[in-house]
Design a protein around this ligand. Structure first.
Ligand code: GLU
Length: 342
């Protein structure tokens, strides 16, 4: 089994990111699998120079050892998406040749005007009034490409179909392609979007299970369509419950700031929290041992015990409230254990 943690280096490692990494790590270790770190750095506008170093340092601090990654190496590398541009371009070309993706030349103004006029996204209906390879003739398309006109490549989504997948946490999930736009696969800078790169890499890196936050659930049907377009089998999926603020609602950065809850792992390190305490706390944020488990009702675990106790099927569906007092309780316990008696 092969799983990956795939952060975008857009800032310091977030506590939610560390929980995702932890669940992937636990799953890999539990099943004697491989834990891959992949840096999803194709969004050059949001790129933060020292984010990757921070991610590596924080995973190391937490004790989550990586089997394959940008530093460690491995047979499925390179592990930074910015170093894989040719692979994505070749795959996009394959979809274009098969008639499953197409060039689109629309300016930002034209896109805005279309959305304003139709109240819709770029889809089977609205694409007909836009400037793309489905409305222009082939010579004109080639002429524009040769002239260096700016373009993106979009997936041609067929409306009226249903996309289904089995999620290890949420059960059967179904979306209609009526709600899925002709998503951009290749951006005008020649780099892939998250959707394309994520699918191409999960396939080529042999990822068997995708374990990630629930905020990515709406992206999954798009990914399933891409797996189908390439003729690949999608990996297993598990979407982790949202992390909620203590009084409910998603724990946004703004909300967290207001409530004095640090959001980057580094802030916890700087504040003197012990790694085993934060790891234990994050493990319980969305998971608890099942009633028939040898660990039933237990709350305190070492990392090795977590590996032993953890089951993906025991991950909950409902959001998990972030309770700083609980973390402090774990931290006090850890410090007590670390302090020699007498
Ligand atoms: N790069 C995405 C992130 O920042 C990865 C999401 C996924 O795991 O597919 O979380």
């Amino acid at each position: 089994m092969r799983v990956r943690f795939a952060p975008s280096p857009t800032g310091y490692l977030h506590i939610g990111g560390l929980r995702t990494a932890l669940y992937n790590y636990l799953f890999a270790r539990k099943h004697g699998g491989t834990f891959v770190l992949r840096i999803e750095d194709t969004d050059r506008e949001r790129f933060v120079e020292d984010a990757e170093a921070d991610i590596l340092a924080m995973l190391d601090w937490a004790g989550l050892s990586i089997d394959e990654g940008p530093d460690t190496g491995g047979a499925a590398g390179p592990y930074r998406q910015s170093e894989r541009a040719e692979l994505y371009q070749a795959h996009v070309q394959q979809l274009i040749d098969a008639g499953l993706a197409y060039h689109a030349f629309d300016s930002k103004d034209a896109l805005d005007a279309m959305r304003e006029r139709t109240g819709q996204g770029y889809n089977a209906q609205t694409r007909q009034e836009m400037e793309n390879a489905l409305t222009l003739d082939a010579d004109e398309v080639q002429r524009r490409i040769d002239a260096g006109d700016s373009y993106v490549v979009r997936l041609k989504v067929t409306p009226g179909e249903s996309v289904r997948f089995e999620d290890h946490v949420r059960g059967e999930v179904e979306f209609s392609t009526d709600d899925i736009d002709d998503q951009v696969l290749l951006k005008s800078d020649g780099l892939p979007t998250y959707h394309l790169a994520n699918v191409v890499d999960d396939h080529h890196m042999g990822i068997t299970h995708v374990i990630r936050g629930e905020e990515w659930l709406p992206s999954t049907p798009k990914h399933i369509l891409l797996y189908e377009a390439f003729g690949w089998t999608p990996p297993g999926m598990a979407h982790l419950p949202l992390i909620l603020s203590p009084n409910g609602g998603k724990l946004s950065k703004r909300k967290a700031d207001k409530m004095g809850i640090p959001v980057s792992v580094r802030q916890y390190v700087d504040a003197g929290y012990e790694a085993p305490a934060l790891v234990n706390f994050l493990a319980m944020l969305g998971w608890s041992p099942g009633g028939d488990s040898a660990y039933a009702d237990r709350e305190t675990f070492t990392l090795d015990e977590l590996v032993d106790a953890f089951h993906v099927s025991e991950i909950g569906q409902s959001g998990a409230k972030f309770d700083l007092d609980k973390l402090d309780w774990y931290n006090a316990n850890t410090i007590r254990e670390l302090t020699p008696a007498g």
